[in-house]
Design a protein around this ligand. Structure first.
Ligand code: TXA
Ligand code: MG
Length: 308
């Protein structure tokens, strides 16, 4: 792997793109200080530049060099970094992170991943890495290299990390004094954050289309087939994405996110099964009800957007 990290390092240094694994999902990365490289990501993903990219760091020291960090940010950092938490932080004037990454705003989504390959890549270079999820805008997220479209693969050097361990993206949040606004539900649950912080910290989940999180628009994470969620019956030309034990049945094909009703297992399988079902010869996808707590809340958030 070290040999491949060395190649990836040179690819990044020359302003080109690398697809790499993180514990959440695969990222499409570039040098976060290089405007031409950032332009390539927006273009390749067909993503509007009004939707900012997440910036990945190798260490807290590297984050501190570039950003202001409040007390509450610090508490969250101690609890969840390295890991699947993205914090929106205010850039210092001296920061060399390019303005195009955050649509000219001085607020930037920052995260230190825990994945070994992601960290090795981050440590091999002396700049942070901008990386959105490795998929075309509005389409399904990639949790395995097989999910990544030819077009993306053709334009990037690829580091293979097998299947993503968590399978859902990072939780994106912003702090305001003693308040936390969750801009995108993710792999760290609201319950987990509540549990670990003092009772007087207020937590608010932002509505769809909140102006705080430009990428959280309604249509997102979409398979090509139409999708019906929370179903109590499956039509004869539909495939089934099931959860737990019930009487639902598809005549064509079905996958069970977790027959034991385990939400961790369901999260890990979620995008993989949607990719597989999307290739089935059927006219639509019916999805069983998923409990609306913990990671189930994140899965339901993705399903609601996918079905729009
Ligand atoms: O798990 C993840 O977060 C993956 C891996 C590769 O790290 N990345 C990822 O990036 O999911 P992306 O670009 O697909 O989603 C980033 C989300 C978007 O909803 C975007 O709008 C929001 O984070 N975001 C990024 N920077 C922001 C900012 N400065 N202000 C508000 N929202 C921001
Ligand atoms: Mg994405």
């Amino acid at each position: 792997m070290q040999k491949m990290i060395n190649i990836a390092k040179n690819v990044l240094k020359t302003g080109n793109l690398v697809i790499f694994p993180t514990e959440t999902v695969y990222g499409l990365g570039c040098d976060a200080t290089n405007i031409e490289a950032i332009k390539k990501i927006y273009k390749l993903k067909k993503r509007p530049t009004t939707n900012p990219l997440i910036c990945h760091f190798k260490s807290l020291q590297q984050v501190e060099k570039n950003f202001e960090i409040s007390d509450l940010d610090n508490q969250l950092i101690k609890l969840f970094w390295p890991g699947p938490l993205t914090l929106i932080l205010k850039k210092k004037k001296i920061s060399s992170i390019n303005h195009l990454l955050s649509n000219n705003s001085n607020l930037v989504g920052c995260r230190i991943p825990v994945h070994k390959i992601a960290l090795a890549l981050l440590k091999s270079v002396n700049f942070p890495i901008a990386a959105p999820s490795a998929n075309i805008a509005t389409k399904l997220t990639s949790t395995h290299l097989n999910h990544i479209s030819k077009d993306l693969r053709k334009h990037a050097y690829i580091l293979n990390g097998g299947s993503s361990l968590l399978g859902l993206e990072s939780t994106v949040l912003q702090t305001f004094n003693n308040k936390i606004k969750i801009l995108r539900l993710g792999s760290i649950t609201v319950e987990e954050i509540k549990d670990k912080l003092s009772e007087n910290t207020e937590i608010e989940i932002q509505n769809f289309n909140s102006t705080l999180s430009p990428g959280n628009q309604m249509k997102h994470y979409s398979p090509n087939l139409p999708i019906r969620i929370n179903v109590n019956n499956v039509k004869q030309d539909e495939c089934l994405l099931n959860f737990g034990q019930n009487n639902l049945k598809s005549l064509i094909c079905e996958y069970n996110l977790s027959s034991d009703g385990n939400l961790n297992e369901a999260s890990k399988n979620f995008f993989n099964y949607l990719h597989l079902i999307d290739k089935c010869k059927c006219l639509g996808i019916a999805v069983a009800p998923i409990p609306n707590f913990g990671l189930g809340k994140t899965i339901n958030d993705r399903l609601i957007r996918a079905s729009n």
